[in-house]
Design a protein around this ligand. Structure first.
Ligand code: ATP
Ligand code: MG
Ligand code: MG
Length: 590
């Protein structure tokens, strides 16, 4: 079922709605602005925005900006753009930091209710209290846990006023740490606030010296925004208990009831196998990596240069990269929708992703002829000034649909792969003495001779025209007119790594660099495409594409017998650059 709303009509999402069948559905997509979104986030966006849309509700885009050390303006911008590219419009863009004052007030209130305390233990001490490294030891509270409420209030204000350095004090929730029967680590006195100094926050500047944690912030911001269904991924399953606990102790929610306040539910993540999605690892690929001597962290023992051109390099699976590669947003959304939503992890192979994209492109984009590795063919029996302009439909299955003009003259280009110097009975394309069909052309050609350069590379084929009635060729090949064709650079992409499981490579000591696929990008710098690409580009139009849904104006096409391509944002040496979106058929070659 390709209907993008299908994932809401039945199954997990429908059951989640029925658990809390409110009139006004309110959801949020809450990224941390600490990196670029990846393909997995497309699912989170589709789930949250889609769920709200399906029930005529609203969805917020909330930046969970509680960690100024990791946040940058570029991430905010990119996330906003990607949500818009996917075709969603947030009801409102909010920030956890919009609520810092209110969160602070509630933290004091929590202390007053004897449900939080300022603690000065080190990380190691806290770990020990929580049962040691394997969480199996006896748990116990520290001396700060029982300090008077007034003292915690004073110390919390001291934290706020900058009297403590990072790590010297933190606010902890007084949950069930000391209850030997409480098996959920999310209830073992989690941190609510920590000290972060000397780091300017993108929105609140230097106002705050303390920042709230995810566990304290998320459920409260959900309640401030009246979120009805707070949908997140399954690694937060145990956090549901602490989420409800905090709302309950502040009387925002009633125990064991979802009637009042937000309700958290967890769905399975989307993972694409054979790629790298971890921010830290993509960063290594983008920026390069220097491996340090384990005995001397000052000393670099290996320097690995960047493996890709940037976060939007089409070989990556960040959403900016998929967009640049030419994956249409509606195709990505229907892929996510067809996978459906449950509470299990969805682990998808790249080939399956590409098959879904191909299926979409197949019925939406025009066809053009592109020659990757051209050889000049001179059709010697045509006059020097011969030119004929053919009218060819963009989609051969729709002969009455939109069409383009395809000139043909005495000189054309064909692909090197379609020519052999010596004929062979099993070879059906062009060879000396052999006739081949030219797609869309009014005649066939027969090769008579060819010329080579000093390196033995064929430079020119001489041919004669053969009337279509004269012979029935065994194959038709694509070609580009010599006089009117456009010079382009065409880039084909393959997997970045040779291994099918790049996540299992050695990322610490740099062993991953030995596994780079030398052919992850193959660039054809002399490629030629028919003139109609220029017309498509100037019209910024995609044949047959539903403009309501497509939220970018990239020019995509099927290069017949070759692959799907998209016009890149940048030129190379003044030439248009084409990115291969996907191959025409599933192919296993690396
Ligand atoms: P990562 O660590 O992979 O960058 P994250 O959890 O840090 O992801 P957030 O910025 O917190 O990313 O993500 C915002 C929302 O997207 C969260 O609700 C999170 O659960 C969801 N999300 C993140 N990764 C995936 C995924 N692979 N599949 C589905 N949803 C995801
Ligand atoms: Mg996160
Ligand atoms: Mg993130």
């Amino acid at each position: 079922n390709a209907n993008p709303s299908s994932m809401f009509d039945e199954g997990w999402l429908k059951r989640v709605y029925e658990e809390k069948p409110v009139k006004e559905v309110r959801t949020r997509f809450p990224p941390e602005p600490n990196g670029y979104l990846h393909i997995g986030h497309a699912k989170a966006i589709a789930v949250n925005f889609g769920f709200a849309k399906h029930y005529n509700g609203i969805c917020f885009l909330r930046f969970d900006d509680t960690n100024p050390e990791k946040e940058e303006e570029a991430y905010f911008t990119s996330i906003r753009e990607i949500v818009a590219w996917l075709g969603f419009k947030p009801h409102q863009i909010t920030h956890s930091s919009d609520h810092f004052d209110r969160l602070y007030e509630l933290a004091e209130e929590l202390i007053r209710r004897d449900k939080a305390y300022v603690c000065h233990c080190t990380k190691e001490e806290v770990n020990l209290q929580r049962g040691g490294p394997d969480n199996r030891g006896k748990r116990f509270g520290c001396a700060h846990r029982d300090r008077p409420i007034e003292e915690s209030i004073t110390e919390f204000r001291n934290m706020r006023d900058g009297k403590y350095a990072a790590g010297e004090a933190h606010l902890r929730m007084k949950q069930s740490l000391t209850d030997p029967n409480e098996g959920n680590p999310q209830m073992w006195d989690l941190a609510a606030y920590r000290v972060t100094k000397n780091k300017e926050h993108a929105r609140t500047g230097n106002k705050w010296k303390i920042y709230p944690t995810y566990d304290f912030t998320h459920c409260l911001c959900d309640s401030f925004e009246d979120i009805s269904h707070s949908l997140c991924t399954t690694e937060f399953f145990l956090s549901r208990t602490s989420y409800d606990w905090l709302l309950e102790v502040l009387d925002i929610k009633k125990p064991k009831s979802d009637e009042k306040g937000p309700m958290q539910r967890e769905y399975g993540r989307l993972n694409v196998a054979g790629t790298i999605l971890s921010k830290r690892r993509i960063q290594q690929l983008v920026q390069g990596h220097s491996v340090k001597d384990p005995n001397d962290p000052e000393k670099t023992i290996k320097t690995i240069p960047p493996a890709v051109r940037g976060w939007d390099d089409p070989r990556l699976f960040t959403l900016v990269a998929l967009r640049r590669r030419g994956i249409p947003a509606p195709a990505l959304l229907s892929f996510v929708s067809e996978l459906g939503v449950t509470d299990a992890l969805t682990n998808i192979q790249i080939v399956r992703f590409e098959a879904a994209i191909r299926k979409y492109l197949e019925r939406t984009v025009p066809r053009l002829m592109l020659v990757l590795d051209p050889i000049l063919v001179v059709i010697e029996d045509l006059p020097e000034d011969y030119e004929e302009v053919l009218t060819v439909p963009f989609d051969p299955k729709k002969p009455d649909g939109d069409s383009r003009k395809v000139p043909i003259s005495r000189k054309i280009y064909i692909d090197r792969a379609d020519f052999r110097e010596e004929d062979d009975p099993n070879f059906f394309r062009l060879a000396p003495g052999k006739t081949v069909g030219l797609l869309n052309a009014p005649f066939l050609i027969k090769a008579t001779s060819f010329e080579k350069d000093e390196n033995g590379k064929v430079t020119t084929i001489k041919a004669t025209k053969v009337p279509t009635e004269a012979e029935k060729p065994k194959a038709f090949i694509h070609w580009v007119d010599g006089a009117s064709g456009i010079d382009v650079v065409a880039r084909q992409y393959n997997t970045l790594f040779l291994s099918d499981e790049p996540n299992t490579l050695d990322w610490k000591e740099g062993g991953y660099a030995d596994n780079f696929n030398p052919n992850s990008e193959v660039s054809y710098k002399e490629a030629k495409v028919e003139k109609a690409l220029g017309d498509l580009m100037s019209k910024h139009k995609e044949h047959g594409m539903d403009k309501e849904k497509a939220s970018d104006d990239l020019v995509r096409f099927q290069a017949v017998r070759t692959a799907y391509f998209c016009v890149d944002l940048e030129k190379e040496d003044g030439k248009v650059v084409l990115n291969q979106i996907v191959t025409l058929k599933e192919d296993k070659a690396k």
